[in-house]
Write a protein that binds this ligand. Structure first.
Ligand SMILES: [Mn+2]
Length: 349
């Protein structure tokens, strides 16, 4: 297990010298945030990012995310150009030693919450999702959604929502298969493993199709291109927002097949309707049995990258929603403990 921490670059209020003081941190997960979606990631900018990370004695081996252009997800004829760019970005990243690239295939919006700072009983706050308010929302009028790396205009959002009406789940699956058939060979050549992140939340929102929600979806995607370079980012927070997902069983299956390359560890308190709030990483605070998930990784010999995912805002910290320093540091330390215990005291057999 290689523990890592997500960092948004020099503008991130969290500084790498602080991250350095969290025990057992192996690497930094980052991305280029100033390259327009779909453009090739230039080698000089990748080098600069790598240098700023290695200066603090961290490895730079995981990128989250290389965004997928909307034309690829929509299956437009122009997708071939964007796919060529994507392959070139992978070649550039592989040439500096990047091993895993996280990406998602969510139409239009990345992770979505209806509240970014809902109070918790202990006085901290965190992101939450309410199914009813998401259903009522006229999203084309929203100014900003959390998780947007790109800011669309209202007109663009309306046009995209209309475009996706004709795509549907089947169409979106076909477009993902088309993408993977072309990108996975390029990733393999670059020494990179692709790792798709689940939909967050794992349900259709705003009438948009979602195809990375549960065990069946993940199986289907892995079978599109059956090789290790086509793998998963297994996010317990995203998948845990549907109580029907048996997370330890899914880890046993997919980690056992060596198809999980990146483990996102996050806890959510979820109800049967799919309403949820992010909580501390500690198992009893939420719906995810973190110890059982870690045990499943440990039993299947997982040696990939792990990071504490979204944390709460605690101790008065102001920062990017979900991505403050303090609670993610607590989460990392907790995960170190679970992992060490699982490794040292596994039943011999
Ligand atoms: Mn995640």
């Amino acid at each position: 297990m290689k523990m890592s921490f997500r960092w948004y670059g020099d503008t991130d209020p969290v500084k790498l010298h602080s991250v350095r003081q969290i025990p057992n941190m192996h690497g930094i997960v980052s991305a280029l945030y100033d390259v327009p979606l779909g453009d090739v990631w230039p080698l000089d900018k990748i080098h600069a990012l790598k240098n700023s990370i290695e200066k603090h004695r961290f490895a730079f081996e995981v990128v989250e995310s290389v965004g997928v252009h909307e034309d690829i997800k929509l299956g437009k004829p122009s997708r071939n150009r964007w796919i060529d760019n994507y392959c070139q970005s992978l070649a550039n990243l592989g040439s500096v030693g990047v091993k895993v690239v996280c990406y998602n295939f969510m139409p239009v919006f990345d992770w979505t919450r209806t509240e970014l700072d809902r109070p918790l009983p202990d006085g901290s706050n965190s992101g939450a999702f309410d199914v009813n308010s998401a259903t009522r929302a006229d999203v084309s009028k929203w100014k900003y959604l959390p998780g947007w790396d790109i800011r669309y205009t209202h007109e663009q959002v309306s046009a995209l929502l209309a475009d996706y009406q004709s795509v549907g789940e089947e169409g979106l699956r076909d477009h993902l298969a088309y993408f993977l058939e072309r990108v996975v060979p390029a990733a393999r050549k670059a020494g990179i493993k692709m790792a798709i992140h689940p939909d967050d939340p794992p349900r259709p929102i705003f009438g948009l199709p979602r195809i990375v929600k549960n065990r069946g979806d993940l199986r289907h995607i892995l079978d599109m291109v059956k090789e290790p370079a086509n793998g998963l980012t297994f996010c317990t927070g995203s998948l845990g927002a549907d109580l029907r997902n048996d997370l330890p069983a899914m880890v046993r299956e997919f980690s056992g097949e060596r198809r999980i390359h990146f483990a996102h560890m996050r806890n959510v308190k979820t109800d049967a309707k799919g309403n949820f709030q992010e909580v501390s990483h500690y198992s009893q605070d939420g719906s995810v049995d973190m110890a059982a998930v870690v045990r499943a990784y440990q039993d299947t010999g997982f040696d990939g990258y792990v990071r504490p995912d979204h944390g709460r805002m605690i101790w008065g910290e102001k920062g990017n929603p979900g991505y403050g320093l303090y609670d993610r540091a607590l989460g990392g330390a907790y995960l170190n403990g679970l992992w060490e215990a699982a490794e040292k005291y596994t039943r011999p057999n």
